[in-house]
Design a binder for this molecule. Sequence first.
Ligand code: NAD
Length: 261
Amino acid sequence: MFLKGKTALVTGSTSGIGLGYAKALAGAGANVVINGFGDADVIEAERLALEAASGGRALYCSHDLSKADQIEAMMAEAAAALGGIDILINNAGVQHVAPIEDFPVDKWDLIIALNLTSAFHTSRLAVPHMKARKWGRIIQTASAHSLTASPFKAAYVSAKHGLAGLTKTIALEVATYGITANCISPGYVWTPLVEKQIPDTMKARNMTKEQVMNDVLLERQPTKAFVTVEQVAAMALYLCRDEAAGITGSNISIDGGWTAQ
Ligand code: NAD
């Protein structure tokens, strides 16, 4: 329970990797703010399970983080309820797969707003509290696509590369305040985000589902295995430990060897 008394906010945590982070942080005793979309009853059950795990508080914020005013409202609500964010995990993200000449402009705008700009807003709003406490952790779920590209993912690759740059910049600015800022960059993790892009990839590449899974997704990962949510969450938990105080401005790959190639 090394995070007892700390408050963590995880964006996009009603599903997939974000929910994995929330469970890991609550398991270590942190109060947790969860956010994202989904079925209200399912989310309430998750919220109660997080409170049971931490013995502390869990708050659900339904705000749409593609919009700056909603992010400001969420950060204010979380601070009022739980007294400021000590651990910020920017994780909310969406994907769209299409050739550049057909890439829908509204999808570009959404992916840049959610996958990149939301992390700027949450970070600028969380840092003052962290500086005052002389302790903080900012963790981004970036991606192997923050380090390398794939065709048909113009917006996602651009947003994730931008997120890596933003993180390094924040790390330098807060380095003397006991605050670290790092990216975790997973390869393919089996979550709804990956499952949902299979039909579009089948269309863009004229492939069957099996071909997309084996020849596109796992083709990039030498381990030939999906990374798990638990493996990613365990790294985030480690970054919250005092032993990780010297890790900042890093982009930590958990990608089954993808970016070693
Ligand atoms: P997911 O679809 O399971 O979860 C995405 C979360 O974001 C959900 O909680 C969803 O409700 C929330 N969300 C979507 N739109 C939102 C909005 N406008 N405002 C607030 N919340 C919103 O996806 P995941 O695979 O768990 O992805 C989480 C993060 O991990 C993303 O940033 C993604 O780019 C990154 N990532 C995923 C993989 C992978 O293989 N799954 C690999 C590398 C990086």
